[in-house]
Write a protein of this length. Structure first.
Length: 259
């Protein structure tokens, strides 16, 4: 089983991308299942095969422990590991070729609490990948792009899974802005020039130093725009996941080859 965790800040489009990616894989006759790890979500654009909401109720937790909404959500996410046995049993019963894990909307609840790393270890398969989603609305400025990349680096430090960084909602960008964004990703010197032209003082110095660190760590080559709404670069995302899962070979299931 190959597992992909979708992680990103609130509103970055994790659930919508999960729905789009599921449709893409099912269209290619690949056995894929979904696991929703967000106990607080009310509506999802897909029907999760495994859902923590079936065993964890935020309303009951808030009532039992006299917690507010935020405290109830934190407690609910922490309880996921207590329910790991049931979740793992469901995963094993489905035994999919690919498992997509849609993580909580508030990224810090999964990425920056001990239970998140533990859950990732428990639910991961033979080969794990992490897709980090960055909102195009933030990335459309050079300073915002560097901010987003630093967040992605923090997530990578937490999990140390092979990681892809995608800029979501690229359909909201003009063609010219997307091309400009792509040049920043591909050429550190052009990114530095853009920072110099738009930021001054200490923020500029910090941004330049952080951009060079990101470039030294080779994080930019695995960063690209995507649109789940327009199905833009979904095939690119799948191809890069293949490189992680199977060294780029076509996905094989029961003597079928998916290209």
């Amino acid at each position: 089983m190959y597992t992909t965790f979708l992680v990103g800040t609130a509103g970055s489009g994790k659930s919508f991308l999960t729905a789009t990616l599921v449709h893409y894989l099912q269209t290619n006759e690949i056995d894929v299942r979904t696991l929703n790890l967000d106990p607080g979500v009310l509506h999802l654009p897909y029907a999760p095969d495994i859902d923590v909401r079936d065993s964890i109720s935020i309303d009951e937790i808030m009532t039992e422990f006299e917690l507010g909404p935020n405290g109830g959500l934190v407690a609910a996410v922490d309880l996921i590991t207590a329910q790991s046995g049931e979740i793992i049993q469901e995963i094993n019963e489905f035994s999919p070729d690919i498992l997509l894990i849609d993580t909580p909307g508030q990224m810090e609840l999964f990425a920056f609490r001990p239970t998140g790393v533990l859950a990732a270890t428990q639910f991961g398969g033979e080969k794990n990948a992490l897709v980090y989603l960055m909102d195009a609305n933030l990335c459309k400025t050079p300073y915002g792009l560097i901010n987003s990349m630093i967040l992605s680096l923090s997530v990578q430090m937490r999990f140390f899974f092979p990681q892809l960084n995608i800029i979501t909602k690229s359909d909201l960008l003009t063609h010219e802005k997307e091309e400009e964004l792509q040049t920043w990703i591909e050429d550190i010197y052009l990114l530095e020039d853009a920072v110099n032209n738009t930021v001054k003082g200490e923020p500029r110095e910090l941004a330049i130093k952080l951009a060079r660190t990101i470039d030294d760590l080779q994080l930019f080559p695995e960063t690209f725009p995507i649109s789940a709404k327009e199905n833009y670069h979904i095939d690119t995302l799948y191809g890069k996941l293949q490189l992680i899962w199977q060294s780029g070979e076509d996905f094989q299931v029961d003597d079928r080859v998916i290209r």
